[in-house]
Design a protein around this ligand. Sequence first.
Ligand code: DOR
Ligand code: ZN
Length: 430
Amino acid sequence: MALLLKNARVIDPQVELDTVCDVLVRDGRIVEVGQDLAMEKGETVDLTGKVLVPGLVDMHVHLREPGYEQKEDIASGTRAAAHGGFTAVCAMPNTAPVIDNAVGVEYVKARAAQVGKCRVIVSGACTKGLEGEILAEMGDMHAHGVKAFTDDGHGVQDAGMMRRVMEYASQFDCVVMPHCQDDSLVGEGQVNEGTCSTRLGMFGWPAEGEELEIMRDIALCRLTGCPLHIQHITTARGLQLVRDAKAEGLPVTCEVTPHHLFLTEDDIDDTYPTALKVNPPLRTAADARALIEGVADGTVDAIVTDHAPHTDWEKDREFELAPFGMIGLETALSLVLTNLVKPGVIDYGRMVDLMAVRPRAILREEPVRLEAGSIADLTVIDPDAAWTVARADFLSKAGNSGFIGAELVGRATEVYVGGYATLKDGVIVE
Ligand code: DOR
Ligand code: ZN
């Protein structure tokens, strides 16, 4: 099958490309990138006015299957991903049962192959049941294709256990991705500790509850040599720890979410909006500014959604009773385009770096480059499409977005996975 994508602005910093040209795809791979390409038989798509980039990867997504299909499943979650412009997601293991052995890994892979609308990269738990007590079957999971380990949703409380996890992972050159949370400091914390927790009269989730584990895990990275990727970093000091670790030459990377970049604790008003209850919590405006600086200066490696779907009945409760998390797959790209690319905080090349290049590198996935020979995982963006975020447009089962009503500019219109269209004109290809 051949596919000729014509007249897009083709951008890929990996091959120093930013020019209007054509991309020819055959049998799932790019065969040529250049001017005035022609083809004998196949489909031609005119992409005049659009931007074509390497397929986007969201390396932090909760697909909820198996076990919590009332919130999301692999079919709905991967449709939401394609709708948001993603060609691949990395699924978190905090399902029921937890993905802590090879059977669970094979289940997610098989369901993704049957019903997925994007590639699903499976991450495995560090400890059995995410309980922090017994090592998960890391070697077996690795033999079944897992290259990243995380107890996301929980911090590994015991430093000795975390050391063992990292020693195991480093044998396979796999990355360990901690959700940094010291339970003895966080306890029942609901929102950022300080002005916000005082104003709302709720237990605080202090910045130090995150920063101490970042500090510890960087020390364990130094001790074990294991690649370390800090999940959803939220504070200025936490980011500085990562900046210093990188300067020291340690294999440390980190990610941020759009909600920690573009929302703050000040947005949690006396309507107690449970969509804004996330873990780690929304922090101060100064923290958000520091994260944006980190995105611009290269300290932040990846923008991820932490797409965390929940049902309405779970979220329509008192703030303390509602679960943590917000969805993000269908708004992330547009938020980044609107708030970072349009105002010139970053350029398209850096966006590609954050949302496609570095996530693949961290997860040890084959790179996708806009040059002959590469896998044809591609995202096409209409940079001028203006739209308002509305729940009715989501393909996710869930509606717990903190951005409903936001007016955004730019969105994915076409997505190709291995040369096959999963999204055309903004509509899922079934
Ligand atoms: O807000 C969050 N929700 N943070 C996490 O770490 C876990 C996630 C979930 O699974 O709902
Ligand atoms: Zn997490």
